[in-house]
Design a protein around this ligand. Structure first.
Ligand SMILES: [Zn+2]
Ligand SMILES: [Zn+2]
Length: 228
């Protein structure tokens, strides 16, 4: 069944118990998309039509150039550039603004990942409700980045009954607030360390508190860009 195709990846990424499991799942999807676009699908006409039209966001442009071989990447960019040129060459300034604006907002990879979102979350809530092992795994999570935390709440409100959603909110709140409290403590201690009175104290767990805060605030997910 379509909505169950993410059961295995969800289990795998939730079993890691490191950082945000949904970020880790998205990183895997991102990697797959980038590898496919620069590999097997590189010469696929229907896909090329789409990549020519939508292009890529900055993050995915960089990933494509890092992952792909030089020639396939150049061929993708060659036909993409040709399309942009045809779209704006000889056109009015207003038309060009509109075209370039929509290009800036679109990304083939972000759109593909985003379109899987509904299935991923409906799959997530299905196993959350029916698979006690997965439920336990969920309760053991250390953290969710805030964007994924928000999405879990949002999709929870759509996929669960009122009663289930209330319980889910309590559970996810417990783990997330415990994590945020720790992070707050680490940032507090990091700041204190710049006070001469604490200079000789141990850094405790605060050395990477700034980096962990950035990760918590941003996470890794298609941000997007491609509503168009
Ligand atoms: Zn995340
Ligand atoms: Zn993108």
């Amino acid at each position: 069944m379509k909505e169950h195709i993410y059961t295995i990846p969800l289990n795998e990424h939730f079993a890691k118990l490191e950082s945000c499991p949904l970020c880790s799942l998205f990183e895997m999807m991102e990697r797959n998309e980038v590898e496919t676009i620069t590999g097997a699908s590189m010469m696929e006409p229907s896909i090329r039509i789409q990549t020519n039209k939508e292009g890529f966001c900055e993050k995915h442009l960089h990933q494509i150039t890092q992952v792909g071989k030089k020639l396939p990447v150049a061929l993708i960019f060659q036909s993409h550039l040709e399309e942009i040129f045809k779209d704006i060459d000889g056109k009015s300034g207003d038309h060009q603004i509109k075209k370039l604006d929509s290009l800036e907002k679109s990304c083939y990879i972000c759109r593909r990942i985003k379109s899987n979102m509904d299935s991923i979350y409906s799959n997530f809530f299905h196993i959350y409700k029916t698979d006690s092992k997965f439920h336990d795994l969920f309760l053991k999570q250390k953290l969710f980045c805030l964007p994924h935390y928000k999405e879990l709440l949002y999709y929870g409100s759509k996929n669960l009954s009122k009663k289930e959603f209330k319980l889910f909110t309590e559970e996810i709140n417990n783990l997330e607030m415990r994590y945020l409290n720790e992070l707050k403590g680490d940032i507090d201690w990091f700041c204190k360390k710049f006070d001469y009175r604490f200079a000789k104290e141990d850094w405790k767990n605060s050395k990477d508190a700034v980096e962990r805060t950035v990760y918590t605030l941003c996470g890794n997910l298609p941000k997007n860009k491609s509503e168009a």
